[in-house]
Design a binder for this molecule. Structure first.
Ligand code: ZN
Length: 193
């Protein structure tokens, strides 16, 4: 199975890396990404591909359902490094319709205790979609949950001191987006600037 990816790597070297050797040589010297991207781990939502961003443009952190847990040490380190060392001035938090994590949170059906307890951190986002039960079709209701989760996690971002300080000083803008797997388009849900 892993051979598939190693063979893919050889094709990458031949078709992408070697023809752009100058670009990659320059990139090897250091990174200066334009944005910090926080998104879902979902294999279908690949930040650089859906934004046509070449290597070097996005500093990325992903977890199930793009949840901001301010005491998550991995997230804290990524945010701190992006803001203080890389001096990134835009932070994108991107969810996506059809998010399996949020669908599992909505249904309460989880095969894994680790996943269940992680998703619980997004539970406050359920309030609105829970009230919509029976009033709209399920697809629309789950889309509302995805959008509300983006709003909730943007608010959680402001609980990280470095983020709130950056927003106050106007050195940082936070963008809440949702990617639509059905159309490939990104919807802007909220912006804090
Ligand atoms: Zn997801």
């Amino acid at each position: 199975m892993s051979e598939r990816f190693l063979e893919g790597n050889l094709r990458y070297v031949e078709e992408i890396f070697s023809p752009a050797a100058d670009f990659f040589t320059e990139l090897e010297k250091g990174q200066a990404p334009r944005a910090l991207w926080i998104g879902c781990s979902d294999s279908r939502v690949v930040p650089n591909i859906i934004t046509s961003a070449p290597p070097g443009e996005l500093f990325v952190h992903r977890n199930i359902a793009n949840i901001i847990c301010p005491d998550d040490p991995s997230l804290a380190a990524v945010v701190s490094y992006a803001l203080n060392v890389l001096e990134v001035r835009d932070l994108v938090l991107c969810g996506h319709y059809g998010c399996g994590g949020l669908t599992a949170l909505d249904s309460g059906l989880n095969k894994s205790e680790a996943v269940r307890s992680w998703l619980e951190k997004a539970a406050p986002a359920k309030e609105i979609s829970d009230r919509m039960r029976g009033e709209v079709d399920e697809e629309s209701r789950l889309k509302a949950l995805v959008e509300e989760n983006v709003r909730l996690q943007l608010k959680n971002l402001l609980l990280i001191e470095e983020v709130s300080r950056g927003v106050e000083a106007k050195t940082l803008s936070c963008h809440g987006w949702v990617y639509d797997m059905a159309t490939g388009l990104i919807k802007v849900v909220a912006t804090i600037a």
